[in-house]
Design a protein around this ligand. Structure first.
Ligand code: MEV
Length: 307
């Protein structure tokens, strides 16, 4: 029996979430929690097996409709609309925590299907299929989750344009899950309502976040992690101002800084989900990680982006 796999990984937004929806630049990093989608031939139906849903593709719950729309579109484009397949999804990425699980799952599935049918897949085609899934999952996504799920390096993302970023000195991160599910669609609409009500606030907020993104890019290029840390703190303040942080995330950010982080902020949509902290060594990252766990973080991860 033939079977093949497609892979992807989660993402972390270093700077510029929310503002990126308005065409501002943002920096995102691939984060090594993996997704594997295994495609196998079976005798009837298209079956999905995963921790979040197991059953026929046709009966997939509404909130996962993006996945089924994406699979059906791929099969029809590959002229395989009647094939019988089992799609097994193994994902290490917690759902609804701002780590880009929906985009990563879609990327892994599309890669898996193309590999199963031995058809070459270019980035543009992959992006178009994954976008279909993301529109269902998030309404009007900027595309940064998908771009990062497809990239092996940090990226600079603006209006769909992607530039690979070089890292000149290693960046040590701690990611902590607040334990609460965030709803990106909800926070994105809340920011829109706030911006619609106050044009001056919108302009100032987007201008400051743009300056932070450009300064962060140059700090990364220079290997100036002290400066990068300060910029992350500034970015967190901007996110508080637009109302997407909450007490739990602020508390974790405070804990990380007290434990010696050079900078810390929420990452992703906010209202729960995850925060990140930057530090200058693996040892320090472990200490911050323990402090965050003691402060109530549901789960923590340390990871390094090497130069
Ligand atoms: C979600 O990972 C990032 C947001 O900026 C939404 C988006 O870019 O689509 C909050």
């Amino acid at each position: 029996k033939r079977n093949t796999s497609g892979f992807s990984h989660s993402k972390i937004i270093l700077t510029g979430e929310h503002a990126v929806v308005y065409g501002n630049p943002a920096i995102a990093l691939p984060f090594p929690l993996k997704v594997e989608a295994i495609i196998e031939e079976i005798t009837s139906d298209i079956i999905v097996e995963s921790t979040f849903y197991t059953g026929p593709l046709e009966q997939i719950p509404t909130k996962l409709k993006g996945i089924s729309a994406c699979i059906q579109q791929v099969l029809s484009d590959l002229n395989r609309p009647c094939d019988k397949l089992k799609i097994t999804i193994h994902s290490q990425i917690p759902i609804g925590k701002g780590l880009g699980s929906s985009a990563a799952i879609a990327v892994a599935i599309v890669r898996g299907l193309f590999s199963f049918f031995e058809t070459k897949l270019d980035d543009e085609t992959l992006a178009a299929f994954v976008h279909t899934a993301e529109v269902y999952a998030h309404g009007n996504p900027s595309g940064i989750d998908m771009a990062t799920a497809m990239s092996d390096t940090p990226i600079w993302f603006q209006n769909g344009d992607i530039v690979r970023l070089e890292v000149t000195s290693p960046l040590h991160f701690v990611i902590a899950d607040s334990g609460r599910i965030g709803n990106t669609q909800k926070t994105v609409s809340r920011v829109r309502a706030l911006y619609d009500k106050d044009e001056v606030l919108k302009e100032n907020s987007l201008r400051r976040m743009k300056e932070i993104a450009f300064a962060a890019k140059s700090a990364m290029a220079k290997g100036d992690i002290l400066e990068l840390g300060k910029l992350l703190n500034k970015n967190h303040s901007e996110l508080i101002r637009i109302g997407v942080s909450d007490d739990g995330l602020n508390q974790l950010v405070h804990t990380a800084k007290k434990a010696g982080a050079l900078g810390a902020k929420l990452t992703g949509g906010g209202d729960g989900g995850c925060m990140l902290a930057l530090t200058d060594s693996k040892e320090k990252a472990e200490e911050i990680s323990s402090a965050l766990a003691s402060a109530g973080a549901h789960q923590t991860w340390c990871f390094t982006i090497e130069s």
